[in-house]
Structures are given as C-alpha cells and as structure tokens.
Design a protein around this ligand. Structure first.
Ligand SMILES: NC(=O)c1ccc[n+]([C@@H]2O[C@H](COP(=O)([O-])OP(=O)(O)OC[C@H]3O[C@@H](n4cnc5c(N)ncnc54)[C@H](O)[C@@H]3O)[C@@H](O)[C@H]2O)c1
Length: 427
C-alpha cells in the first residue's frame, strides 16, 4: 500500500515508518522538523543521540534494502501539503504531525495559540487535501485518551448510547480535556467527524494512551536508526522519565497524590495498532474511533514498579511527591474500554520488568547527555506561573535552570521567538 506518514521524524512516527516499510509498504514520510526546533527552544533534547532525518532514511535503505522517501513539508502550509498529496495520492495517511505536549500548550498565550494553530490548521488542511486529491484515502489520525478526561462513568471508544426524554441515539462521547493541547485534539476529532459525514471521507481516530518504551526491533537494529528518548517535563512521558530519573540516582518525582490513572501502551504496540488500523479501513463516510492503550496504571503504581526494578539492579531510588503543576483529579474513577484493537488482532506487550530494566539500562548508557534541570515541571497550569522547584530539587540553582526560568518570564512578556512563531503562523 502507498502510505503517507505525517510527523514521521517523531517519537511514534519514526518507528511506525520503519515498521510499515519493513512490512512491504511504500512509505512517504513528511515532517517539518518542528520537534527538533522545540527541543532547542526548551534547551532539552532526546537522551539518545538521534540522526538527522535524511541520514536515518539513508541508513534504513542500507540496512534493510527498502527505501523511505522523506520530504520536509509543513501541514500548516496548504500549498506544500496539497502538492504532496496530489503527487503521492496515498491510499492511507497516518497523521502524527502535531505539537504533542500538554505542558508546552500551557506555557502562555503564544504557546497555546501555536499549539492549536499548528494542530487544528494542519489537520484541516489535510482533510481538504484528501477530499480534493485522494478521496478514497484512509486517514489514520492520532488522538489521545486525554480527550476524554476522567469522568465518573466508564469511557467508551468514541461514541456512547444516550437515552434522553424517552429517545435514544449514539453520539460522540462527551470530552473533558485537560489542556489546550488536548483541546486541539478534540477540535480535530470534531473536524474529522464533520468531514466524514459531509464529504464521505473515511477515517480512524486513534485515542492513544501514554506511550512508554523507546525501541522497536527496527530502531534497535542500528545506531543510525535509534529513536528519541524524551524525559524532560515538557515532552517526556511519565514511565520513560522515571527510568531516566533512576539512571540519574533519583528521586522519582510524582505530581501530587499520584492517584492519577491513565491508559498506557508499549511503543511496539503503537506501531502494530497503526498497521492493524490501516489493514481494516472503515467504510466511506465513517469516522471509526479506537482507544489505543493496553493497560491502565496510576502514577504512584508506576513509580513503585520502577523503584522495585531499580532495586533489583542494585539502585535504590526515593519516590518523592512534588507539587502538581497540573489541574487534575489526583484520585478518581477510571475505566476505559479498549477492546477494538484487540478484536482486530493486537497481541499486547504488557508492562514487564524486563522492559523497564532495558529502559533504565539505555538511560544509564546515555546519562552523560541528560539535562537534569529539564526534568522537573516548570509551568503551573492554573496561572501559567513558573514553578520554583526545578532550581531547588538538587539543593541549589543551576545556571541553566535559572536561564529556563528567565526564558519562561520572557515568554510571559511575549518577546520570545516562540511568540513570533505563533504570530507568524496567524499571518
Ligand atoms: N507519545 C505519546 O505518549 C502520545 C500519546 C498520545 C497521543 N500522542 C499523539 O501521537 C502523535 C505523535 O506523538 P509523538 O510522541 O511521536 O510526538 P513527536 O513530537 O515526537 O512527533 C511529532 C512529529 O510531528 C512533526 N510535526 C509537528 N507539527 C508539524 C507540522 N505542522 N507539519 C509537519 N510536521 C509536524 C514534528 O516535527 C515531530 O517530528 C501526536 O499527535 C501526539 O499528540 C502521543
């Protein structure tokens, strides 16, 4: 199949590109490399050294004998995107290409606007490009479980049957997202549903849980194919961050009570879920929704699990509660359906001590590259104020941490490059 992968240079997009290419598909990867620029803006970066995009693709060709075409395309640039869709005429498009961090979207007005413009405009352009140039193309879009929030009832897969005043209908599941990033995903879902209903497009909205692990068999096969390993407070996901904190001698920092419960998925299952979705396109006019996670855990449970595996490796780490920068319930009911992908054939890699141990080992191998000062949260959700803990956790302020606080204050005054970025995109 001819598959376009948008956001293929990112954490999920790169291993998915390799997986689909290895499975024999013709893969065209597009990305505007914004993620690498956001790293520079935040003075953070992948713990593992990752090759430049064109280098990665060349290594893949050498290693596997298969080729991936990689192009620099920005989804918010209508002309660029329309040209590539018209030329490639993909049979399936996998859309990862979004600003993917909730904390980033909560920094200030510029970052909230940049996030929503990037994500909503990019997805809207893609919908129009598919309508006009590849109307049979199956859009596989990455949403997030964070779109649902934490309601006091069971979470379904996208839709819920509601009885009201004696009448009954199946309607989109109510959404209570927790950040401007999550809201951008909700807006995307509404736009996709509308495009399917109105133009007869076919789409799968994959509400993905929090991804852990960093390797697939293909990214582990050659140093030039290595995947990102994010651990900072803005882009790092919780389990991976705990493993890096372990490699650095701890503590494992839990936000608030740690009772926050979420769905989790191993990266190896992410790539398989995308493949399963592509193999089973929904009929024209339908937006299918599947919850893409395999297990749920609370943050405190994960911290305890990582500490246990660390102890087995002879590393004693403290679990420390820190102030919660987010506005979220720290104890709550959580039960979310996730059978659709299993019914399609997913055989989950469940959370294992071996996976955690490998993540810790990779972190130990690369710990010299870690920027400790990026690990603790620096932005409060409630008022956008800077948290002071990043400069205090080790007892004294590091120069770089102080720079980050200063940068935060500059963001708030609106004189950052990022503010310019947001204004530029709004034209
Ligand atoms: N990683 C997770 O735990 C997780 C969980 C749930 C959902 N998701 C979603 O999955 C998708 C992929 O996440 P990820 O962790 O790989 O993120 P990532 O930031 O590593 O990758 C996103 C990629 O998209 C590119 N991109 C962003 N905006 C673009 C644009 N306008 N045009 C072209 N390229 C653009 C970036 O440069 C980057 O390479 C995102 O939509 C994210 O919201 C991720």
């Amino acid at each position: 199949m001819r598959i376009l992968i948008a956001g293929g240079d990112g954490f999920c997009g790169w291993p998915t590109s390799l997986h689909l290419s290895a499975a024999g598909h013709e893969v065209v990867l597009i990305d505007n490399l914004m993620r690498r620029r956001w790293d520079e803006e935040l003075h953070s970066g992948s713990l593992t050294p990752i090759a430049e995009l064109q280098q990665r693709v060349a290594v893949w060709q050498q290693y596997s004998g298969r080729s991936i075409t990689a192009e620099i395309v920005d989804l918010t640039d209508e002309g660029q995107l329309f040209e590539v869709i018209a030329r490639v005429r993909p049979e399936a498009t996998v859309h990862f290409a979004e600003q993917s961090s909730a904390p980033y979207s909560m920094i200030d007005a510029s970052h909230a606007v940049a996030t929503q413009v990037n994500n909503v405009v990019g997805t809207l352009n893609l919908l129009f490009a598919i309508r006009d140039f590849a109307p049979d193309c199956h859009l596989v879009k990455l949403g997030t479980m964070g779109e649902y929030g934490t309601p006091d009832i069971d979470i379904e897969e996208g839709y819920i049957e509601i009885e009201h005043n004696g009448r009954c209908d199946v309607l989109p599941y109510p959404k209570q997202p927790g950040s401007f990033y999550h809201l951008s995903k909700v807006h995307d879902s509404d736009n996709i549903l509308f495009a399917c209903r109105t133009w007869g497009l076919r789409a799968t909205d994959l509400n993905q849980g929090i991804v852990y692990n960093v390797q697939t068999e293909h990214t582990a096969a050659h140093p030039g194919l290595v995947n990102r390993y994010d651990y900072d407070a803005v882009f790092g996901t919780v389990l991976n961050r705990f493993c890096v904190q372990t490699a650095l001698g701890g503590p494992l920092t839990v936000y608030g009570e740690g009772g926050q419960t979420r769905g989790f998925i191993d990266l190896r299952d992410t790539v398989r879920c995308i493949e399963l979705a592509i193999e089973t396109p929904p009929p024209a006019g339908q937006m299918r929704v599947m919850n893409q996670f395999t297990q749920q855990f609370s943050v405190a449970e994960l911290a305890a699990l990582v500490a246990k595996v660390a102890a087995r490796k002879g590393i004693e780490v403290e679990i420390r509660k820190v102030g919660n920068p987010r506005v979220e319930r720290e104890r709550h009911y959580y039960k979310a359906a996730h059978s659709a992908l299993v019914n399609l054939g997913l055989k989950p890699h469940l959370m294992s001590e071996e996976t955690i141990e490998r993540l810790i080992s990779i972190a130990i191998e690369h710990r010299g590259r870690a920027r400790k000062e990026t690990i603790l949260p620096s932005i409060r959700w409630r008022d956008g104020g800077a948290m002071h803990s990043p400069v205090r956790v080790d007892g004294e302020a590091s120069g770089e941490a102080a720079d980050r606080l200063e940068a935060t204050m500059r963001w708030r005054r609106g004189d950052s490059a990022a503010a310019g970025f947001a204004r530029g995109r709004m034209g």
